[in-house]
Design a protein around this ligand. Sequence first.
Ligand SMILES: *Cc1c(COP(=O)(O)O)cnc(C)c1O
Length: 365
Amino acid sequence: MRVKMLDLTREYRKYRKEYVDAINSIFDKGNFILGEDVSNLEKSIAEYIGVKYGIGVGNGTDALLLSLKAAGIKEEDEVITTPFTFFATVETILQLKGVPVFVDINYDDFTMDLSQIEKKITKKTKAILPVHIFGHPADMVGIEKIAKKYGLLIIEDCAQSLGARIGERKCGNFGIAGTVSFFPTKNIGCAGDGGMVVTDSENFYRKVKSLRVHGSTEKYIHEELGYNSRLDTLQAALLMLKMKRIEQINGRRREIAKNYNLKITDKVKKPFEKKGYYHIYHQYSILTEKRDKLKDFLKENGIDSTIYYPLPLHKQNAVLNIIKKEYSLPVSEEVSRKILSLPIYPELEDEEVFYIIEKINQFYD
Ligand SMILES: *Cc1c(COP(=O)(O)O)cnc(C)c1O
């Protein structure tokens, strides 16, 4: 059997008619930038997360960049974050000439280790940037307490976690900003690039909204330098359809994860869901000493798997060349050596899931 990491054509085949209708309706209106479809999606996602405002932007990276900029991050400002994330989290801090300050991660859920944050706070610290990596929420209750105590802003990288929650409170609801990505591979993905900033603050909302259109609130009048970073109307129309199915989409991922959890051998370390947390399994990632051999074995049996992430960000030349600081973050480094992500997406068939389980267990027999 051949099992790809992700096959987006399956979803399209299932919903082709409604997608084509949505695209046609945009062409019928002849309006391709912002407009009603984008503001409807902004409202829908803000409401879903439980905040007042959403601002559709060009992609998840820009959602981070515009949020950091609106939060006032500038030269030498320190932002405490995780090295175990996609590059954009740290790239955007550096692009504003801010300084990423890394803390290590938990071995269980791969999110920031709460116990290390306070030690890293200095006079220059402005913000904490947790990432709900793979769809498991970071310890936001603890992070919120620390941020309050030291007067720091929180920006949540929710690129992999739309719909993840702690109790009833969704990711993106804790910080001054939550940043969402609609890159096609994310849990709610569009047909190209797309992103969103969510916030409960009117002031912050106004800033981001201005930044996405060249620092302008009134056409051709510019108060500051901004960006051209808007969510396409076509993408918003498609995303609106997917938002209607979000619980179903995340629910199916959880169902697949449950099967993996129950049936994959305990010889590998399986993902962990903290009590009271709702993991949305953007990735299902196992840890094993034999990672590379297992990956090859799966490949020989037609099964794709991916290493997210092979090199933590504190070891990346692009970062080291700027921050000129050596970190030793043993958990991130160990996880990068042992981690392997298995196929998980709503249209993955049970038959394929069981085949993957069978082959992994066969490898360890
Ligand atoms: C995907 C991703 C981003 C960037 O989103 P894009 O839409 O690809 O720009 C940022 N952070 C994390 C954790 C991501 O997974």
